[in-house]
Design a protein around this ligand. Structure first.
Ligand SMILES: Cc1cc2nc3c(=O)[nH]c(=O)nc-3n(C[C@H](O)[C@H](O)[C@H](O)COP(=O)(O)O)c2cc1C
Ligand code: SF4
Length: 412
């Protein structure tokens, strides 16, 4: 059933119910890989990062990109949800709760999107097998099609990851179904060439992500909000469009997701669709991993420069708003009080913000006081390569992260 726009838009500072969770307001810090889990160990800098988001007033902050298994990692410096990381992540959730905020764990599996020197299998797994264009940079030229047994195992890893996130004190989990990682490799017609019940139609391509969602909802859905982040357009020829995404959203709504975060683009094919602005060539300077550096170089050669527009995904997101009734978070280029109010007026229930909150974690408080209406973030994307620096992700216009805190375990 289509969504009816309310006559009176919600205030961004009013509470929002998502599943069993009540947020104090409607501003969500979107997942932005923090680079604060060197060697897989969440650091004190990670605690500080999310504590400052909560102290700055967001309703929900999202700890980015936690892998559900060792093979599900993209990078070596990525936290894996296991018994060892629970007490470390607990330090993060405690700090956020102290500041009155809620905290979500983005849980993910990279599929064939991996730069790992070692994996337990020779070929990374994905929806389909064959040539692995992502692996060209890391010498993993081929990928293997997942069997139903593999899928059952990975669904179990998501379930276990969600339960561990609950144990670590998270209020929500966000299943990463976008940007070219495993679950989006199933959704994407570019990656999914299967001939069985998991390939072909949209319904078939969403079947595995839905099964994962069902497992997670059954395991933790009474205690935690279960959020799905997915790409509402892949931004590339042959990829899915916003019209397809409306159908994907309907299927996720039917399965019972508590909130959808509407992102866009794919890491390899269409990074500017994701960010709505071009990437500076100097970004590579911060990257020491030669594979990642080469990838960024190749991307730079193929990318068309684009000019940033506030709320650059609005036209696509409206199609999803019209298709479902469930809570939706608008994401993409929200940098001012006007944009937040606009998203509410368009019938979205929340906004998810990445860069403007890296620029100033205190933005929500400042806007609520009326002290600030515009963020000074220039959408330059230089923070993206900062995730590879010793201090982790930060805005280049401010202070870099503390390298010492970033090499200290979160609970030390
Ligand atoms: C430094 C940085 C790291 C990011 N890492 C992730 C990530 O780990 N997971 C994810 O889903 N999105 C990631 N993103 C994308 C953001 O969540 C968001 O989709 C994007 O920044 C657009 O939103 P914005 O215009 O509010 O910044 C990252 C963005 C930035 C700037
Ligand atoms: S580096 Fe700073 S100004 Fe540039 S996009 Fe990131 S947060 Fe915005």
């Amino acid at each position: 059933m289509a969504h009816n726009s309310q006559s009176k838009p919600s205030s961004p500072f009013s509470p929002l119910q998502i599943g069993p969770l009540t947020l104090r307001n409607r501003v969500i810090k979107a997942a932005t890989n923090e680079g604060m889990a060197k060697g897989g160990v969440p650091s004190k800098q990670l605690v500080k990062f999310h504590e400052s988001m909560a102290a700055g007033g967001v309703g929900l902050t999202t700890v980015a990109y936690c892998a559900v298994s060792m093979d599900g990692r993209t990078f070596v410096d990525q936290a894996v949800l296991d018994e060892k990381t629970v007490p470390l992540l607990k330090a993060v959730t405690d700090a956020v709760h102290q500041e009155g905020g809620a905290v979500s764990a983005q849980i993910t599996h990279g599929g064939c999107f991996t730069f790992l020197p070692e994996l337990s299998t020779k070929y990374p797994k994905s929806a389909s097998g064959g040539f692995n264009k992502v692996g060209v940079m890391s010498g993993r030229f081929f990928k293997t099609q997942m069997t139903e047994e593999d899928m059952e195992r990975v669904a179990g890893e998501f379930e276990r990851g969600a339960k561990l996130a609950r144990e670590a004190g998270f209020d929500a989990v966000e299943l990463h179904m976008g940007h070219g990682y495993l679950l989006s490799q199933f959704i994407s017609p570019l990656y999914n060439k299967r001939k069985d019940q998991y390939g072909g139609s949209i319904e078939n391509r969403v079947r595995f992500p839905r099964q994962v969602l069902r497992r997670v909802l059954d395991a933790v859905g009474k205690d935690m909000a279960v959020i799905c982040k997915f790409s509402i357009t892949e931004g590339v020829k042959g990829g899915h469009t916003a019209e397809d995404a409306a159908e994907i959203a309907r299927l996720l709504e039917k399965e019972g997701a508590h909130l959808l975060v509407l992102s866009a683009g794919m890491n390899v094919e269409s990074i500017t669709t994701m960010f709505g602005s071009s990437f500076p060539k100097e970004n590579r300077a911060n990257v020491s991993n030669p594979i990642v550096k080469l990838g960024m170089f190749i991307q730079g050669l193929t990318e068309k420069p684009i000019e940033f527009k506030e709320m650059y995904l609005l036209e696509h997101a409206r199609k999803i708003r019209a298709a479902v009734n469930m809570p939706l978070a608008y994401l993409g280029g929200v940098k001012s009080a006007d944009s937040i109010e606009r998203a509410m007026a368009e019938g979205f229930d929340a906004v998810a913000i990445g860069r403007a909150l890296i620029f100033d974690p205190n933005m929500v408080n400042e806007m609520q006081k009326g002290a600030v209406r515009e963020s000074g973030c220039t959408s330059c994307n230089r923070c993206v390569s900062m995730m590879y620096t010793p201090g982790g992700t930060s805005c280049v216009l401010g202070q870099p992260g503390d390298a010492k805190l970033n090499s200290t375990p979160a609970n030390a």
